[in-house]
Design a protein around this ligand. Structure first.
Ligand code: ADP
Ligand code: ZN
Ligand code: ZN
Length: 731
């Protein structure tokens, strides 16, 4: 019998911890079960990763396991292996990765077993008792007589308006016993699948895609590159039908649930099967229910955002990532895992197909597809009746602008509105104005904790920093010269909305950004109102660019995109290409032809020309060639060290010490230490160091040997530092 366990704990230290197993637990403990253990002055819940007979720690140092929480592993073997693999890949502790993989309720110690139902029944004493003694207590008598007929579930008890006081009184008499029974999952969907609507007849390209994916057995990864409206979702639905018919489950990952209610509806409408939806607005218990439904096989379809990737499946059938290029699949805080890369690994471990779909694939997936590591399928035709869009550039140099809009754009808007259509304007800056300027001395009001300007929010009467959340009432006087001549500089969505209401009083305007959709359900109700045609002009940020289907939008205008063309981030052109193509894809999705107009001071910009003339597909391929030339990801492999400290020297000293430990020869490259693009944030100085390797394996080997030395550096204690493998965002 083992006497000790190694436990992975949710702490950043990259190691596991030894504990002694008290006698009664020794024969029940097993790898993958949760335990509660003392850690410093707290108690933590961790996962057993090894059972041993000996322990290197001195007898006095080793502590006992407090409690064993599971009789079987909480994660199926495939997911357990996935967390092991990803802890090594993302250079974090196994405990941290396991924490990502478990719902909060389980991390806090909730029961992982299937849901159970409590019911009431008569105790032996109750069975002996006589109802006549309850003559003066009619409520007790009523409940008692009901129980004489058989057990009553707690749900029925509440639904049937029995008295709680009566229950308590009968329990006090010792007449009642409580039964607990696990509810067997309802797996009816596995034996018979009913379609609630007749699928579209697939067009040639769709049919080829479905046939070639379903023809292969076991693990394989496919990139489905299909322009907006080409019918990718229809392909997912057709594949799902086959998977469900075989009695297997599907896991579908989407960027943001709130942004894709229409997509979820399509799955609901097609299949009469239980569906678990997992997103960040669920309570811990709802999330646990969804997790259990996946694990028991009760949920046929699991659809969710990034973290839903870790939902267990009893009968795994397929994993689909929609909008696979979306940056939200990469976690930015804590462990920086990428759900797309882990989905591919999970598919491999479960031996099931993985499908990545996008109109604008990431360069990472495109490279894998072009290199033959992924199957590559393309949909080039718009499905159904949709037409191709007309696109144009408006050169706004020397042109008068009204709240950022040029006369040609306003004219075009008027035409589309008069014709009864909807117009969508895209501006990626929320708030009233992106800066507060003093007209007298030119001072721009900057956040006192970040290298960033305050955004003016007129309707709230506040200036806010979008980077640290700092906020103040709009000042009356300039902080530098005391003048009262303060004005907003630049245009945000709030100001644009105001100006549009004046310019087009007959056409109702709706604004969609993080400020107007903060309340739960407000985005859905806005979207429904747009569908009904209650609004004619739609103003919004990125949120409006994603996935929505607006059949009456015929004109899309992009207002201020020059910033995106100049960003220091090497991914900026790729991101811009994706954004432009996605926004443009909102135009003319139904029977009506669409127009896209882009305002810029950079009408000759070669990137822009390339994108507009050749389309995203070609643009992305030439971007990929440039990345290869420049030895940047995805051609090379990158790890970003971030360090922040109150004194910039402390961050620099740590990164310099890290750099000294890393190889700097022909297959590797070290850049930095350098100030981060946003040098100061929330009062701290930020520095970074980029390490690149030509080969993924080479990079892994460096860290397998060096990581512990890096952690042990004395300089590491004087700053806060993190590691980000395959960083998506260099800010
Ligand atoms: P995507 O996911 O690529 O944007 P969708 O699957 O949403 O495309 O399809 C766009 C529109 O075309 C939807 O309204 C869909 O119902 C319709 N559609 C898709 N495939 C077909 C088809 N084979 N026949 C007719 N209409 C189709
Ligand atoms: Zn001033
Ligand atoms: Zn700030």
């Amino acid at each position: 019998m083992p006497t000790f366990v190694e436990v992975a704990l949710p702490v950043p230290l990259r190691q596991s911890f030894s504990y002694r197993l008290p006698e009664p637990l020794a024969d029940r403990a097993l790898i993958g079960a949760r335990v509660k253990v003392p850690f410093g002055r707290q108690q933590l819940i961790g996962l057993i990763v090894a059972l041993t007979d000996s322990c290197a720690l001195a007898e006095t140092q080793i502590k006992n396991v407090i409690e064993l929480l599971d009789d079987s592993p909480v994660l199926p073997d495939s997911l357990y292996k996935l967390t092991l693999w990803s802890a090594r890949y993302y250079l974090c502790s196994q405990g941290q990765m396991l924490t990502q993989a478990l719902p909060v309720a389980l991390r806090k110690g909730a029961d992982a077993a299937p849901k159970s139902r409590q019911s009431l029944t008569l105790s032996p004493a109750g069975n002996e008792a006589d109802a006549a003694v309850l003559k003066r207590a009619p409520a007790q008598k009523k409940l008692f007589e009901r129980l004489q007929q058989g057990p009553l579930s707690l749900d029925e008890f509440s639904a049937m308006e029995f008295s709680k006081a009566a229950l308590k009184a009968l329990e006090d008499k010792g007449w009642i016993a409580r039964l607990e029974e696990t509810i067997a999952p309802d797996l009816g969907w596995r034996s018979e699948l009913t379609l609630d609507e007749t699928p579209h007849r697939l067009n040639q390209e769709q049919a080829v895609a479905v046939a070639s994916i379903s023809a292969r057995e076991g693990f394989h990864c496919t990139l489905l590159e299909g322009i907006t409206g080409s019918g990718k979702t229809e392909v997912y639905l057709a594949l799902l039908e086959q998977v469900l018919k075989a009695g297997k489950q599907a896991l579908i990952l989407v960027p943001e649930i709130g942004l894709t209610p229409q997509t979820i509806d399509r799955f609901r409408r097609r299949f009469r099967v239980p569906l678990a939806v997992i997103h960040s607005n669920l309570t811990d218990n709802q999330r646990l229910d969804a997790w259990r439904a996946g694990r028991s096989g009760e949920a046929a379809i699991i659809i969710g955002t990034r973290s839903a990737l870790f939902t267990p499946m009893a009968w795994p059938g397929i994993i689909i990532l929609d909008e696979e290029h979306d940056a939200s699949f990469k976690q930015q805080e804590g462990v920086g895992y990428h759900a797309r890369d882990l989905a591919v690994m999970r598919g491999h471990l479960e031996n099931i197909p993985v499908l990545l779909g996008s109109a604008t694939p990431s360069l990472e997936s495109l490279q894998n597809a072009l290199a033959g590591r992924y199957h590559h399928l393309q949909l080039g035709e718009r499905a159904g009746a949709a037409k191709k869009v007309r696109q144009g550039i408006i050169d706004i140099r020397h042109q008068p602008l009204k709240a950022g809009m040029s006369q040609p754009l306003l004219n075009e808007m008027r035409q589309h509105l008069e014709a009864g259509n909807q117009v969508l304007l895209f501006l990626n800056r929320r708030g009233f104005a992106p800066a507060l300027l003093c007209h007298e001395c030119g001072h721009l009001h900057e956040c006192d904790r970040c290298d960033a300007f305050f955004t003016v929010h007129q309707s709230l009467g506040e200036i806010r920093c979008h980077h640290c959340g700092n906020q103040y009432a709009i000042p009356r006087q300039c902080h530098q010269c005391g003048s009262t001549m303060l004005m907003g500089q630049g245009i945000g969505t709030e100001q644009l909305e105001q100006a549009l209401k004046q310019e087009f009083p007959r056409f109702p305007v709706v604004r969609i950004d993080r400020d107007t959709t903060r309340l739960k359900g407000s985005l859905e109700s806005h979207l429904q109102a747009i569908q009904r045609g209650d609004f004619k002009i739609l103003v919004g940020t990125q949120m409006l660019a994603k996935g929505h289907h607006f059949p009456d939008v015929t004109l899309v205008g992009l207002l201020d995109v020059d910033g995106a063309l100049f960003s220091a981030d090497f991914r900026a052109p790729e991101r811009f290409g994706q954004l432009y193509t996605q926004v443009a894809g909102r135009a003319g999705r139904a029977a009506k032809p669409g127009t896209v107009l882009l305002q810029t001071h950079q009408s000759d910009n070669p990137l822009l020309r390339d994108l507009l003339h050749r389309g995203y597909g070609e643009f992305a391929r030439s971007q990929l060639a440039e990345r290869q030339q420049a030895a940047l990801p995805p051609a090379w492999h990158m790890v970003l060290f971030r360090a922040e400290a109150h004194r910039a020297e402390d961050a620099d000293a740590f990164l310099a010490a890290v750099a000294a430990l890393l190889p700097n020869e022909k297959d590797f490259e070290i850049i930095g230490p350098l100030p981060a693009p946003m040098d100061r944030k929330a009062g701290k100085h930020r520095r970074q160091l980029i390490f690149q390797a030509r080969h993924r394996q080479g990079l892994q080997q460096v860290f397998d040997t060096r990581l512990s030395e890096i952690e042990a550096l004395p300089e590491a204690k004087r700053c806060r530092w993190t590691l980000d493998r395959d960083p998506q965002d260099l800010l």
